[in-house]
Design a protein around this ligand. Sequence first.
Ligand code: SAH
Ligand code: SF4
Length: 406
Amino acid sequence: MTLIVDTLKPDAAPLAPRASEEERTSLVGLDREGLADVLRQAGVAEKQIRMRVGQLWNWVYLRGATDIGEMTNVSRDLRERLAEVASLSEPEIVSEQISVDGTRKWLFRFPSRGAGRPVEVETVYIPEEGRGTLCVSSQVGCTLNCTFCHTGTQKLVRNLTAGEILQQILAARARLGDLPGRAPQDDAIVPSEGRLVSNIVMMGMGEPLYNFDAVKQALLIASDGEGVGLSKRRITLSTSGVVPMIPRTGEEIGVMLAISLHAVRDDVRDVLVPLNKRYPIAELLDACRAYPGLSNARRITFEYVMLKGVNDSPSDARELVRLLKGIPAKINLIPFNPWPGSDYECSDWDTIETFADVVNHAGYASPIRTPRGRDIFAACGQLKSASEKERASARRAAEKAAAEAV
Ligand code: SAH
Ligand code: SF4
């Protein structure tokens, strides 16, 4: 696709609409039909709808426009009518941290919806040779309480909307200079070739399959050939094992699947991933076997967090290999990332290597995932919204003060 990037014309001024934010529809998150509806509301004639939808799609999902006033190939009159019924917002960047290894973590704040309060979510960018992966959140908090996961200690505040999921991608691309016509910032550590955000993993806060509709809408938009334009093979959805939603993920979204397995026996997995009591390992693996489109080139990733003395013995490794027989699979061994107050320890390096040897021997290549961004608390399973952390530390301080007072 050839890209022609207009330099902004002088009349690209922000528009000040009369309707309040609440009354207007946010454009980010809408599919083509949704955009067509908004255009009809703005009075666009039916014969122009297709062309106008194409323009909006391009501004919102390719160029990452953050104001309707920027849309300079749309007449000023239509921009004004659009701004009456629709809005184009971006999240507030509460913080941006950059690790010594180039990993970046943002805390994004989204405005309140209805009676709710504003929410904050974390999004992480991991640059590697030839690729840049964005780790995106699907919920604020999580309803599942996996015992080794920091997010699991935070109650579910709410599901993110499709727009908020996409806004994490668009805002990260904007900060990295990964939008057409914008250069990377001087301080960005980025891959030396290819797109800066070349891969997306739904491995941030939350369980994506408990927010299926919004995640589906966001990923179908992100993988559309025009716009963000990432192939479905470069998008991975990670689930703790919501078995009934796995077939729909394959059929309706069609992205790569990752399963947080973490144990080979139900009694151990029941503790680590309590959802296992509802959907035990055998059922989970049956759903994996039936996942559409699997082949040696299109495998399911099994994530396995290495917990000292819990799930890391050579016999666990052999059982893992046995269980996965017949499923086109990749295994990712994740050294446990500790967080304050966690009950677990990471397995010793020798133990991880012995485990990896068994897995390698069975034909699975280089499975140990290097922890990234530990210094900025951005590694797997460490994400938790800052407001929650602050509330928890305020609570601890209050408890300490109360204890000292007696
Ligand atoms: N809820 C989804 C996706 C988010 S978690 C899921 O559970 O799959 C992303 C990955 O990080 C999961 O594999 C999760 O099990 C893992 N993880 C959670 N806490 C971790 C920790 N403290 N150390 C290492 N990995 C962790
Ligand atoms: Fe939720 Fe995934 Fe953490 Fe489990 S590992 S508590 S499902 S975010």
